[in-house]
Design a protein around this ligand. Structure first.
Ligand code: R5P
Length: 292
């Protein structure tokens, strides 16, 4: 029997959630998730789920409210007899708080992983922010599959950018920048970033003015406040390099980040569709086609 799929928090016919369901030829589940007037959540499953394999495809950007709905849904599916629950969370939230930076802080990556591991049987995600953890297995107790959008990003660069120079704006982005550059067959460099606060970063730019003939392409996993990309683009401009293309896998664009980046007029912005946004230019659905 084909798996039953729940498309959660992905709106629109062309969203990644809808694309996956169509491409994998899954049966769309009938269900309702909504808020009561007092803000509490209402969850109802209409499809028959007993003994069935269930796939949840969830956009967990801004996860706090969504997570509770997900928990109610998972517990209900289990009560109704679902045989196995796979969660496809193309963007995996809460990965950046991977250490107690200050005494007393919650290491939310670990706590979130523990909660999620108690809800679903398997997790599939794309380019999670693995910085201090080498693998999701360090914090998730369920089987996990990690996919990478690097190949898709490399294809996009090959088709759209002439003489690219891939730039990772910080050491954490080295994993994306190096592999993408190898796939494109072009040079790359990784910069040093110092973060002074949520919206305050400093980029140390080496003298790369001899690379003026190249088209800089900044590659990073997450665009959140956009300051990493803006600061790097400003440094490139000072050196007289061409206007960079900024590619982020996960388009978080917190608060006014997108406007600030666009209005700076010093970059083009492209993202993958793990989180729906008008900058989505790389579809990740090919990554998921053979998986479930
Ligand atoms: C963290 O190190 C990530 O790789 C990104 O560089 C970071 O999340 C970007 O954040 P922001 O857009 O707020 O500068």
């Amino acid at each position: 029997m084909i798996p039953l799929a729940f498309n959660l928090f992905y709106a629109g016919e062309n969203s990644l959630g809808a694309n996956i369901i169509e491409k994998l030829n899954l049966e769309s589940a009938q269900f309702e998730i909504r808020q009561f007037p007092d803000g509490e959540s209402y969850v109802r499953v209409d499809s028959e789920v007993a003994n069935r394999k269930v796939i949840l495809i969830a956009n967990l950007h801004q996860p706090d409210h969504k997570f509770l709905c997900l928990a109610y849904l998972c517990e209900t599916l289990k009560e109704l007899g679902a045989a196995h629950i796979t969660l496809i969370s193309p963007y995996l939230p809460y990965m950046r708080q991977d250490i107690r930076f200050k005494p007393g802080e919650a290491v939310t990556s670990r706590i979130f992983a523990r909660y999620l591991s108690g809800l679903v049987d398997k997790l599939i995600t794309i380019d999670p922010h693995l910085h201090r953890y080498n693998s999701l297995d360090e914090i998730y107790s369920i089987p996990t599959t990690v996919l990478s959008a690097n190949r898709l990003i490399a294809d996009w660069i090959k088709q759209n950018v002439n003489a690219p120079l891939i730039i990772g704006p910080d050491s954490e982005s080295a994993q994306w920048a190096a592999e993408t550059a190898e796939l494109v067959g072009c040079p790359h460099l990784v910069l040093e970033k110092t973060r002074h606060g949520d919206r305050d970063v400093e980029i140390a730019m080496p003298d790369i003015s001899h690379l003026k003939d190249h088209s800089p392409v900044l590659v990073d996993d997450i665009i959140s406040t956009g300051r990493t990309m803006i600061q790097t683009a400003q440094e490139l401009r000072k050196l007289g390099l061409k206007t960079p293309t900024c590619i982020g896998v996960h388009a978080l664009f917190s608060d006014d980040a997108f406007c600030k980046m666009k209005d700076s007029n010093i970059m083009q912005i492209v993202t993958c569709d793990t989180i729906p946004h008008k900058t989505n230019g790389v579809s990740c659905s090919p990554l998921l086609e053979d998986l479930v």
